[in-house]
Design a protein around this ligand. Structure first.
Ligand SMILES: [Zn+2]
Length: 281
């Protein structure tokens, strides 16, 4: 299975060069969303129960319907780093469940509305943060972590790692491990190379810096479209979905919460629910 995963990663590496973190969608007329970032803060509600009235109300506030509860996490994680072996490189999690995993990168946009939204919705996601993008406001991300969302490494300065020496790659990756630990008290386990660009030196560096997996993606959320790597343009069980902390200046006037609502609707429309990546890798 690990060989299969590694092969997928290799086969998709070229495609990733094209889709990358900066991929943009063609402009299209923006359909208004029912709710804006000005939605009021959530009132506390029962968190771990099946979607009930409180959850339905919280979702309605953002123009959404509650997600189905994800299946219980597997007893044994399907992706593990073999003892003494290379760090696995994944774009999806092997599963037959209709689940996907949301990952949000960089950290440039710091929209308070997004914190309120995710407090309401309780949809799990993993943040791959870059120091140069977050250093102007480290505290912004703390409440998102307090909600239970994952903290992961996306380098100190967002370089194309393929252009760097092994030593420089180590500085970017290990340096961000140290920074995130200092700032948030948590040591990341997952790493994403900027633009999805990596080589064997990246893999070695990630292992030396204490990371357990290199996480790529299958779909990339743009302003209002989802970019699919597969020709069938559909979500598949276990897909990892990439989005970014982006605001109106990068989203043609749309907000982070509008982008997020659109992404969640696209996941829901295809009959999928969202699970926690850290439960599977
Ligand atoms: Zn990035």
């Amino acid at each position: 299975m690990k060989k299969t995963i590694a092969l997928w990663a290799t086969l998709t590496a070229v495609a990733l060069l094209v889709t990358g973190c900066t991929a943009e969608e063609p402009s299209a007329a923006a359909a208004p969303l029912p709710e804006r970032t000005s939605a009021p803060a959530a009132t506390p509600s029962a968190q771990d129960e099946a979607p009930g009235a409180a959850a339905a109300a919280a979702y309605r506030k953002w123009g959404l319907k509650p997600f189905a509860a994800p299946p219980a996490p597997p007893a044994v994680k399907p992706v593990v780093r073999p003892a003494g072996g290379p760090v696995p490189v994944i774009s999806e999690i092997p599963t037959r469940e209709k689940i996907v995993f949301i990952t949000i990168d960089d950290g440039a946009e710091k929209d308070p509305g997004f914190v309120r939204m995710m407090k309401d919705l309780k949809v799990p996601f993993t943040m791959f943060l870059t120091d140069s993008a977050i250093r102007a406001d480290y505290p912004y991300f703390a409440p998102l972590m307090a909600q239970g969302n994952g903290l992961a490494n996306h380098t100190l300065t967002h370089p194309n790692l393929r252009t760097l020496s092994p030593e420089a790659q180590r500085r970017e990756i290990c340096g961000q491990q140290t920074k995130l630990k200092e700032r948030y008290g948590t040591t990341p386990r997952l790493f994403r190379p900027p633009y999805g660009n990596w080589n064997e030196a990246t893999r070695a560096a990630a292992g030396e810096c204490g990371l357990d997996a290199i996480v790529l993606w299958r779909e990339s959320m743009q302003i209002k479209n989802m970019q699919y790597q597969r020709g069938d343009r559909k979500l598949h069980p276990g897909d990892i979905v990439l989005a970014h902390f982006r605001g109106p200046s990068e989203l043609k006037g749309r907000t982070m919460t509008e982008m997020t609502a659109t992404m969640l609707r696209k996941i829901q429309e295809q009959g999928f629910t969202v699970a926690r990546l850290e439960d599977y890798v």
